[in-house]
Design a protein around this ligand. Structure first.
Ligand code: S5P
Length: 289
């Protein structure tokens, strides 16, 4: 009994020490091997932002009006490291209102991630970075499927280069949705070619299954980042085939960022929920070190 109390105290002390240490530590110390093995500027920017904000949370801001998006960002921005958008699902989108929204996100020290899930050939993907939404001018990160081959990464990178900006591509290596067609063999192929490509920021892994994530981390190695949707403090099945796993388990399994949507924007108190996800994710990272 006495022994277990002492043991618990020791664990608590060492955790507090780590927390204290983290306040003064550099991102390189907090992220350890991940930092050492990843020199992509955008990946390091993310690791630094996560340390400043003490959060590994990317908000999936799946709201359909500009007012709804702005209100959500005002409430939860301080608890996030990144903001994920689906620019084409907003009913009252305009270039001006979007610019103001992105400026606000930048002021809140957030990476902006357009989850466009590009899948076309390289040159068309490059052109799709411009067009009405002009994604290349405001997004720091985008998602892509590698089903059309690895030229898609060069195409997207060329899109950013066309406007003199840097960005990173997150390749979908796994998905969280029931019945998806991303087989283990497909995952392996995506990771093999994506891991050696400088334009690849990292991979989307399945947050609903920690064992899938562990396998993915082994294949990816220590360098590239893994970001995971399908995460909710209330684990289980979500709407229309979505599945959820626990945020801390995802990070212990090797994820570097939890992508949370409904767990925050559908909560009765989004700020409270965002703060809880930030706390869980940051503590899990400190314990993983
Ligand atoms: O496999 C995936 C990949 C992505 S990027 N499963 C996903 O759910 N996503 C995205 O993450 C999805 O497009 C949505 O914006 C978010 C999850 O939202 P939630 O409400 O289920 O947390």
């Amino acid at each position: 009994m006495l022994l277990s109390i002492i043991k618990k105290r020791l664990i608590a002390v060492s955790y507090e020490d780590k927390e204290l240490l983290a306040n003064t530590m550099q991102a390189s110390e907090v992220w350890g091997e991940r930092w050492q093995n990843n020199s992509l500027p955008m990946a390091r920017t993310y690791m630094e932002v996560a340390c400043r904000k003490k959060s590994l949370v990317c908000l999936a801001a799946d709201r359909k009006t500009m007012d709804g998006l702005n209100q959500l960002l005002d409430e939860v921005g301080p608890y996030l490291a990144a903001l994920k958008t689906h620019v084409d699902l907003i009913d009252d989108w305009s270039a001006d209102s979007w610019k103001l929204f992105c400026d606000k996100a930048k002021e809140m020290d957030l990476l902006i991630f357009e989850d466009r899930k590009f899948a076309d050939i390289g040159k068309i993907s490059r052109d799709q970075m411009s067009g009405v939404y002009d994604i290349r001018s405001w997004a720091d990160l985008v998602t892509a499927h590698m089903i059309s081959g690895q030229d898609i990464v060069d195409g997207l990178q060329a899109g950013w280069k066309d406007v003199g900006r840097n960005g990173g591509v997150l390749l979908l290596a796994q998905m969280s949705s029931r019945g998806n067609l991303l087989s283990p063999e497909y995952t392996e192929t995506v990771v093999k070619s994506g891991s050696i490509h400088d334009g690849v920021f990292g991979f989307i892994g399945n947050g609903s299954k920690p064992e899938d994530l562990k396998n993915l981390r082994v294949q990816v190695g220590q360098g590239k980042l893994i970001w995971t949707p399908g995460v909710n403090i209330a684990v289980g099945d979500g709407e229309m085939g979505q599945r959820y796993g626990a945020p801390d388990e995802a990070i212990h399994a090797g994820s570097d960022c939890i992508i949370v949507g409904s767990g925050i924007h559908k909560s009765e108190n989004p700020a409270e929920s965002a703060s809880a996800y930030a706390e869980v994710s940051w503590s899990a990272l400190l314990k993983r070190r």
